[in-house]
Design a protein around this ligand. Sequence first.
Ligand code: GDP
Length: 433
Amino acid sequence: MAGMVKAVVGANWGDEGKGKITDMLAAKADIIVRFQGGANAGHTIVNDYGKFALHTLPSGVFYDHTTSIIGNGVALNIPILMGEIKSIVDKGVPMPKILVSDRAQIVMPYHILLDQYEEERLGGKSFGSTKSGIAPFYSDKYAKIGFQVSELFDEELLKEKVSRVCEIKNVLFEHMYHKDRIDEAELLNTLKEYRDMIEPYVCDTSLFINKALKEGKTVLLEGQLGTLKDPDHGIYPMVTSSSTLASYGAIGAGIAPYEIKQIVTVCKAYSSAVGAGAFVSEIFGDEADELRKRGGDGGEYGATTGRPRRMGWFDCVASRYGCRMQGTTDVAFTVLDVLGYLDEIPVCVGYEIDGEVTKDFPVTRLLEKAKPVLKKLPGWKCDIRGIKDYDALPKECRDYIEFIEDEIGYPITMVSNGPGRNDIIYRKSKYSK
Ligand code: GDP
């Protein structure tokens, strides 16, 4: 019996509620894999153990029947991973089964410093980095001077490589940023500590997943951020440094692309974004403050940074594109309950660029010029939390969902009306294949 791979990914700027959807789908999965990104973004999950902000651990760690995998595509920050494991175990969650790819690369202390120094140097022109070392990490990976987890177990190799890499990094530290040089001996010691911390978890995770698939197991690939933060297809350069697309899930987990059978793209019922960059449907002032305060579960503030998120109305142009680039089979439409306070709900249905209206998401250069074409839909003015059947939702609420579904052209098969695992409404869609 062949297994099944599903991906849970974001359609937009991230923070769409992927953590909740993964946690929910993990009830019926055997393996959950993080395949890209690092500790620069987070998922917030509310379940029977409490409320958790996860940055590195997959959102399946709360079940005892699942194996959680940090795939080769991830930027692995070893001390943060250890801290996260401790923090959940301390709150009473049973020790999860965790495996770390021997091909994952390690976020080095100097990556974090370089990120901070570069943001300082750029001042007001910064890209809004979370200073977790992610951009320097991926730069080094592709410049072929990154460290794979497996290399921690070869002291000779490590020593030679540390000295070679420090030679380059110290030129930047000393002459570009005017900071202290990296102490090689200290770095080697840190890497030995990393080795001891990570050793119990390391294996060939690609082999593990492929064997599991042959045994008929279900695998969930958990994406971080969303389409618009993808380095190729997003709002470059205001993007992250690893691909946020489901198709990268095959690479970042080490499986064949055709194994991915279901792609659940998470879309939030309104928009939010962090960091700089064009955000066409953005709102400001009291209107934004109100939505931010009511948004998500306890307000729209970054899970990692605590930064207030930028707020906006639902963007059909960005979301249709976001769903298309992911290869969406199912849309999970989240945080709909939050909109219950509005008399009318504006939705962005087109972009006006140089006097012409388009529904196709443009390149960044043109996106900067885009103005939103808004359509106002009637609000439903009540609390929809606790509703389990689609037909029990107020008509205006169903109309909102169906209007957006027609605009994006992908099937909304799940509607999330609260942060908890069970706050979910399944529905049939005419767009389902
Ligand atoms: P992620 O990175 O995509 O997982 O998203 P975040 O965790 O940053 O943001 C989602 C936030 O919304 C979290 O605080 C969730 O608990 C919360 N959330 C998820 N789904 C819903 C929902 O349907 N309704 C409400 N009110 N909150 C939700």
